[in-house]
Design a protein around this ligand. Sequence first.
Ligand code: NDP
Length: 309
Amino acid sequence: MSLLFLAPELNARSWVKHLRRQDPDLDLRIWPDAGPPDEVLFVLSWKHPLGVMKQFPRLKCIASLGFGVDHILRDPDLPTGVPVTRIVDAAMVAAMSTYVLTAVLTHTRQFDHYRQDQTRKTWKPRTPKQPSDVRVGVMGLGHLGLDAARMLRALDFQVFGWSRTAKSIEGVTSFSGDEGLADFLSRSDILICLLPLTPATHGILNRQTLSKLPAGAYLINVARGEHLVEEDLLAAVEGGRLAGACLDVFRQEPLPESHPFWCHPQVTVTPHVASLTYPKDVAPQIIANYHRVRAGQPPQQVVDLKRGY
Ligand code: NDP
């Protein structure tokens, strides 16, 4: 029974190398050469074409090649009863935290201003705010949000968190649910989105929520482009309500050439690189799950399909 690599946007070569290194006898197929459909046991997916999964009658697991599973659950034709798993990897968590810290410190130490001053050869010292005077709000306190919150706390920022269920995290003031959102936003001089994309979080960064942030607040979106109503962010920045944003994810990727974010002096754009999946790091957990499924055991890192993450 085979493992099918079904990720048309990714380069399969490195994946094949590292998956085979874990299991040299692996029966590995690369989409669209799936072989007989009833031999496919386990699918590795990244943005698979909608509707393809139902053609594999003996499929026992759909594994996401990243932390998020929104690209799988957007498929209205998933076979019922097949577990969906995701990656959880310490190096990816650390990479996300270093991205978040870079974005926070670039903003608070005003590097964007100095870069502009440098092009004009202008010597203009500015007094940075001390971390203890800056309130950072982290939306989503899962694997990624929790680590970023702890790192920010270690640098002495005031850290606030928002999640679906209440949390008790040392040094982090926690808010939860719809009832906690407005209070959380009103304390976020810097807002970081690390939520999964689900029906409940789609478009959550919009005119109404952005208007609850303190004047001059800064947004960092490293979760999914669909969390943000991009026009509402532009209006808030251009209207002077927000200081700017650092964005790693977009509604349309690659970001179209005509998009106003590209040339906006208060918006930093990075090409969805905050935390990349390295095949060599995650191949062991994928192959371990494949062997579990082959042995009739349930896979690990299964997501809750009702919650959507
Ligand atoms: P987890 O599933 O570990 O955690 C999700 C967190 O969000 C939990 O704290 C959860 O609350 C909270 N949450 C979910 N729904 C809601 C809601 N409706 N209201 C309030 N809080 C909610 O996710 P990860 O930390 O692993 O990943 C988060 C996302 O980051 C991924 O789904 C992916 O989209 C994105 N990502 C982006 C990358 C990039 O390179 N830009 C790379 C990797 C991931 P609770 O704890 O109560 O359940």
